[in-house]
Design a protein around this ligand. Structure first.
Ligand SMILES: *Cc1c(COP(=O)(O)O)cnc(C)c1O
Length: 387
């Protein structure tokens, strides 16, 4: 049997894969089993922040790998503490809980909200408001938080305690606070899986004001938007928000599984001994990788992310078959006349890997992608989209 047949036989059929086996790569280039070269405009869904096999990242990870690969959270390890300190110093948040994925980072946020509300508002204040079109993960509880009905259909009963409002519906949000007992509001500044949809900054600020006015928490899901992706270290900074809880994952460790839930001074002591845990969370190899990524995301680096984002936006501002472009930094959505899947397929044939998000072509290249490759990829995607 060939690879595809064995995959079909032995792996659960939850993914629709492209007929490409990726065997190697370097930076923003990847190569398939026939040696065909692709420009990687998806970076493993916003994960390989500095591309494939980035030298400093490989060194940080392999140095740690040769020292100790895992200890459990019963003992101290330096990469884990270094990373927590770096995250707090760079954001002003006060504490971090480490896990292994975005869904887990959000699970932790949800637990913090429930415990905080129980301590400060009352036991019956456990409801969390999220936005329609949002995506917060695949566990039953983070699916329940996800504001898209079709994800719920096959898995009922969902976890109770989640309410969904339309992004931008300040009135609806205020009404929920009047009629329900709310612990927190959880938002994405830019909905990623939902179609690269930017939240209206005024609505985001109003949501924060309303939540804080009622003693509830503002929590931002930065699993996709975080770690420099949108041109600020975290997207909430670009939105001028002061969240109480921030979850992140995807690009944090540059290609190793790591989730982080950051807490501000209001909630830093909400979780106590035994309230939460993770066997692998804060694993020293993943943490060492994350330190090497985060250390390099400084102001100058973020400025080049924004500049490259502008370059992409300009490239897709008009053109045959292109209707609109959205997003910030290197998180870009392109509404095409042709179905997005068709454009992605055609781009792949021409040597560019990109993603879809709902009806859009979604671009999430490595943050350090060379400008020449970005321009080459944009040209190919434009061709693929052309009528
Ligand atoms: C990908 C994603 C998640 C889920 O992350 P996993 O690591 O797949 O569990 C949650 N929230 C957002 C916004 C995401 O983009």
């Amino acid at each position: 049997m060939n690879l595809k047949e064995r995959d079909d036989q032995y792996i659960a059929h939850t993914y629709k894969r492209f007929p490409v086996e990726i065997v190697s790569g370097k930076g923003s280039l990847v190569f398939d089993e026939n040696g065909k070269r692709y420009i990687d405009m998806g970076s493993g869904i916003a994960v390989t922040s500095f591309g494939i096999s980035d030298e400093l990242w490989v060194k940080a990870v392999t140095d740690q790998l040769s020292r100790v690969q895992h200890t459990s959270n019963l003992y101290y390890t330096k990469p884990c503490v270094d990373l927590a300190q770096l995250l707090c110093e760079k954001t002003g948040m006060k504490k971090v809980f480490f896990s292994n994925s975005g869904a887990e980072a959000n699970e932790c946020a949800i637990k913090i909200a429930r415990e905080y509300a129980c301590q400060n508002l009352g036991e019956d204040y456990y409801k969390i408001i999220t936005l329609k079109g949002s995506f917060h993960g695949r566990t039953i509880t983070t699916l329940s938080a996800t504001g898209q009905e079709h994800y719920h259909e096959k898995f009922r009963p969902m976890t109770p305690g989640f309410l969904h409002v339309e992004p931008g519906d300040t009135q609806g949000l205020r009404k929920l606070f009047e009629t329900e007992k709310i612990a927190a509001v959880l938002i994405e500044c830019i909905q990623g899986e939902g179609g690269v949809i930017e939240l209206d900054p005024d609505f985001a600020k109003e949501a924060q004001e309303i939540a804080h006015g009622c003693g509830a928490l503002l929590m931002v899901d930065e699993v996709q938007t975080g770690n420099g992706r949108t041109g600020t270290l975290y997207a909430y900074e670009g939105y001028g928000l002061s969240p109480d809880v921030v979850s992140t994952a995807k690009g944090l460790a540059g290609g190793l599984p790591l989730g982080a839930t950051m807490m501000n001074e209001k909630v830093e002591n909400v979780l106590g001994y035994g309230d939460h845990g993770s066997t692998f969370g804060g694993n020293p190899i993943a943490a060492a990788g994350a330190v090497s990524i985060l250390e390099r995301i400084d102001d100058a680096f973020l400025a080049q992310v924004r500049r490259k984002g502008e370059l992409l936006k300009k490239a897709f501002a008009s053109g045959s078959g292109i209707e609109a472009v959205s997003g910030r930094g290197l998180m870009i959505g392109i509404k095409t006349v042709k179905p997005a899947g068709e454009v992605v397929q055609k781009a792949m044939e021409k040597g560019v890997l990109c993603l879809t998000a709902k009806d859009k072509v979604r671009l999430l290249p490595a943050l350090n992608i060379p400008e020449e490759l970005l321009i080459e990829a944009a040209g190919i995607i434009r061709e693929a989209a052309a009528l």
